[in-house]
Design a protein around this ligand. Structure first.
Ligand code: NAP
Length: 319
């Protein structure tokens, strides 16, 4: 069991949160990491991470995150699994992180909650979720061996996952609302050179249909208005992400997309509350960057504790 009031509570167990934990514990800071039931953050959905330095052949997202977690455990970082955080309330210098059935108290907080997949918001998406509709090719791709699947979106994630799905599916139909991909050139080039991927340009999903499972998708061409039915067994949706910030009070400023605005120390408008990784506005959404931001936020949190003299006061209060 940890202290009654931690020096730092980290919310989120992705690369930013775990790296912050490693750095804090190496400095002997009383830190706790609050994570949801499925730890590891977004990278666990990545079949092969090819741009994290130190792994020349690439590494599966799950394995990379397991390694980070083990490293944090080696420094005795305390982990607590919680139902989603519902609120963050400040009382004097103590922050109360509230979740169903309890709360954790800390002097400083690092928000590393990342982002969640954005929904398309079309008919059938919710109904067929888990029955053909998926937001995770790594998790569900193998279920579509020898079948035709659709990937929706034009960014790095859509391109990467469409390429991954070619390992299983006999055909991958990539549906994008414009006539060129937003994805990086190297991924876009790999997609266009992959014979099992067919791209439908200027196309949008109108409806997902089926019986007990997905059978077809109605696509409309946004240039001609033409509607076509495409028979598929799976629909993988990669149309961006929304930040996980719902539990933070309104006073914590966000950008237009809802990502947290911070100063150069990654501190939000709430003193002593820092943000790191994908949830932070201006973050370059990469695993390496999230990890680096976790390290920076940990340093800033330590400075905050020293500045307010809270650490000394806290030592007197410790159990
Ligand atoms: P993203 O870059 O924001 O791309 C989202 C895609 O979905 C865009 O092509 C967008 O179309 C499309 N879209 C958005 N809303 C839509 C809607 N309602 N209907 C249809 N299409 C819609 O998101 P992402 O691909 O998830 O990537 C997020 C970040 O992570 C990026 O910074 C990316 O570079 C990074 N990332 C990097 C890697 C890597 O380096 N290997 C892998 C995955 C992700 P428009 O293009 O028309 O806007």
């Amino acid at each position: 069991m940890g202290p009654e009031t931690y020096e730092v509570a980290i919310i989120g167990g992705g690369p930013a949160g775990l790296t912050a934990g490693i750095y804090l514990r190496r400095s002997h800071i009383e830190a706790v990491l609050l994570e949801r039931e499925l730890p590891g953050g977004q990278p666990i959905t990545s079949p092969l991470v090819e741009n994290y330095p130190g792994f020349p052949e690439g590494i599966a997202g799950v394995e990379l995150m397991e390694r980070m977690r083990k490293q944090a455990e080696r420094f005795n970082l305390e982990f607590k699994t919680f139902s989603p955080v519902e609120g963050l309330v400040q009382e004097g210098s103590v922050k109360h992180i509230q979740f169903e059935g309890g709360e954790v108290k800390s002097l400083s907080v690092i928000v590393a909650t990342g982002r969640s997949p954005r929904k398309l918001g079309v008919e059938g998406e919710e109904e067929f979720f888990g029955r053909g509709v998926s937001y995770c090719a790594t998790c569900d791709g193998p279920l579509f061996s020898g079948k035709t699947v659709m990937v929706v979106g034009g960014g790095d994630a859509a391109a990467e996952e469409a390429l991954y799905l070619t390992r299983f599916a006999k055909k991958v139909i990539l549906v994008h609302r414009r006539d060129e991909l937003r994805a990086s050139d190297y991924l876009a080039e790999r997609v266009s050179n992959e014979p099992t991927i067919q791209t439908l340009w200027n196309s949008e999903v109108s409806k997902i249909e089926g019986d007990t499972v997905v059978k077809r998708v109605v696509i409309s061409n946004n240039k001609t208005g033409e509607q076509t039915e495409v028979d598929v067994s799976g629909v993988f949706i990669y149309v961006g992400n929304i930040p996980n910030t719902g539990f933070l009070p309104e006073q914590v400023k966000r950008d237009a997309g809802g990502f947290l605005l911070t100063n150069e120390s990654f501190e939000t408008d709430m003193p002593g509350v820092f943000a790191a990784g994908d949830v932070r506005s201006g973050n370059f959404k990469q695993i390496l960057v999230a990890a680096a931001e976790g390290a920076i936020a940990s340093k800033s949190a330590q400075r905050y504790l020293e500045d307010i003299g809270a650490r000394e006061a806290y030592k007197g209060e410790r159990l």
